[in-house]
Design a protein around this ligand. Structure first.
Ligand code: ADP
Length: 502
């Protein structure tokens, strides 16, 4: 058996393959862009064949780098979640475009189901909310609007991206791991199986769906790389990053600051039930036993910096925000609420729009840029408050994603959240998590605890901000958010921290 681990990291905008040693050392990576198709307002599609071709191209580059298939012990796959693929079981060809997680075409259907009072039942069964984000309503829409799907009858296969890739790699194995399945709105969170009632609600034909499996195990073998390589690790990207951050004990939490921000707290082995509009999801399933997470997602994080650069022209590069934020002693009373595509958890206000408040003649470009970076800590604090209200407060936070290269922002997170913030030296935690699972699945590691050594060292940012300034920051933010959310939510929502005692 080989000793290297090959990870296929299937992002939204790119596909990557990475090669790891069992020590965690990364030996190389190869990435390819994915075409984003926007056929209309709110519509986002991928070409599943392109995902497959790019994956193959990247994987071949890494198998070559490894020196051949026999050097590779196992493949781990981690992927953009919720994106749904439709294909023909006999030809292995897509029958329709893949509908991407960002796609909003089912907003009206979600509203209809919510108005019909379905959300509490759906949330109780799946841990999710009725939002177009999840796959269930996308399947319902596709079955209604793309007649070729129903016409395919028992030739139809439906699956998330890891499911599609396993099919292609193995030539016909139809599986999905429990983390990905838990994002479809079709899986019972407690049972770990497809729920008949939910399949009916979303017109999902059971025969088209994959078998739900663990995150680690010997699932199947690919022979496409000049030798046999077993596929041994599968997880959705955020769950994989949580594993890559070694959040193995209840209460351990990671936050990824990429295009958006995603926070997951290990919630143990009992399915959690959020009362504060957070999501409950499977963190991993091993030997048929599930560990769960509470999840909060913020839609706009790094994309705010990109917007300041590309649409507003306030900066030339993302990294320069660090020096600019430091160039002023504080935000000068300026707050930026980055609701550029509505507000995510815990507000769930799709129609809210962004605001910059507190401007005066004394405000400068530096104040606005600082306010943009500060918004990351403020949004995270709103999430922390909701997590705490659900009984899952964070004692420390493990961070990753492209934005956390910014030291100023990492320190600001520690200051505003008032907890230590750990940033691993090796930031590719999503790929690392899939490598850990693949290592467990093929027997290189006895379990996740042993795989944790792949994570390596981290630097810690300790909170330093004095309590008065911290409370003033939070009070200013709360006021700014309340100016853009509906009054009922502003009044009745979260138990925010007390106002500053001046
Ligand atoms: P994704 O995986 O979602 O594509 P990444 O994790 O690669 O995103 O993070 C990229 C994002 O991080 C970009 O939106 C970029 O604006 C932001 N970013 C990168 N470097 C910095 C920095 N030094 N300071 C602030 N933001 C940054």
């Amino acid at each position: 058996m080989g000793e290297l681990l090959l990870v296929l990291d299937e992002g939204t905008t790119s596909t990557r393959a990475m090669l790891f040693e069992a020590s965690g050392k990364c030996l190389g990576s190869h990435a390819a862009e994915l075409t984003q198709h926007y056929p209309g307002p709110g519509l986002v599609e991928h070409d599943a064949n392109e995902i497959w071709r790019r994956t193959l191209e990247c994987a071949i580059a890494m198998v070559d780098k490894a020196g051949g298939a026999d050097r590779i012990a196992a493949i781990g796959i981690t992927n953009q979640r919720e994106t749904i693929v439709f294909w023909d079981k006999t030809t292995g060809e897509p029958l329709a475009p893949a509908i991407v997680w960002q796609d909003r075409r089912t907003a009206a259907l979600c509203r209809k189901l919510r108005d019909a009072g379905e959300e509490p039942g759906v949330q109780a069964r799946t841990g999710l909310l009725l939002d177009p984000y999840f796959s269930g309503t996308k399947i319902a829409w596709a079955m209604e609007h793309w007649p070729q799907l129903a016409a395919a009858c028992d030739r139809l296969a439906i699956g998330t991206v890891e499911s599609w890739l396993v099919w292609k790699l193995t030539g016909g194995l139809h599986i999905s791991d429990a983390t990905n399945a838990s994002r479809t709105l079709l899986m019972g969170l407690g049972s770990g199986g497809w729920s008949d009632g939910l399949l009916d609600m979303f017109s999902a034909p059971r025969d088209a769906l994959p078998e739900i499996v663990d995150c680690a195990g010997r699932f199947g073998t690919t022979r496409l790389f000049g030798g046999e390589i077993p596929i041994c690790g599968l997880a959705g990207d955020q769950q994989s990053a949580t594993i890559g951050q070694a959040c193995f004990a209840k209460g351990e939490t990671k936050a990824t600051y990429g295009t958006g921000a995603f926070v997951l707290t290990n919630a143990g082995t009992t399915p959690p039930a959020s009362k504060h509009r957070l999501l409950a999801t499977v963190l991993w399933q091993l030997n048929g036993r599930r560990t769960y997470a509470i999840e909060g997602s913020v839609f706009v994080a790094g994309s705010l910096i990109q917007w300041l650069r590309d649409a507003v022209g306030l900066i030339e590069t993302a990294p320069e925000t660090e020096a600019i934020a430091k160039s002023v002693p504080d935000n000068g009373g300026v707050y930026l609420v980055p609701a550029l595509s509505g507000l995510g958890a815990p507000w769930w206000e799709p129609d809210a729009r962004a605001a910059i408040s507190g401007l005066s003649f004394a405000s400068t470009r530096a104040h606005i840029i600082r306010a943009a970076l500060e918004a990351m800590a403020h949004q995270s604090h709103d999430l922390k408050t909701a997590f705490a209200a659900d009984g899952a407060d964070w004692a420390r936070l493990r961070i990753d994603g492209g934005m956390v290269a910014n030291d100023w922002m990492a320190q600001d997170l520690a200051d505003v959240l008032a907890v230590p913030v750990d940033r691993p030296d090796f930031a590719e935690t999503t790929a690392l998590g899939a490598a850990m699972l693949a290592g467990v699945g093929c027997g290189l590691f006895s379990g996740l605890e042993e795989a944790a050594k792949m994570r390596g060292p981290a630097v810690t940012f300790e909170p330093k901000l004095d309590v008065g300034r911290r409370h003033a920051r939070l009070a200013g933010w709360t006021q700014a958010v309340h100016s853009i959310v509906t009054p009922a939510k502003a009044g009745a929502h979260l138990p925010h921290e007390p106002q500053a005692k001046q």
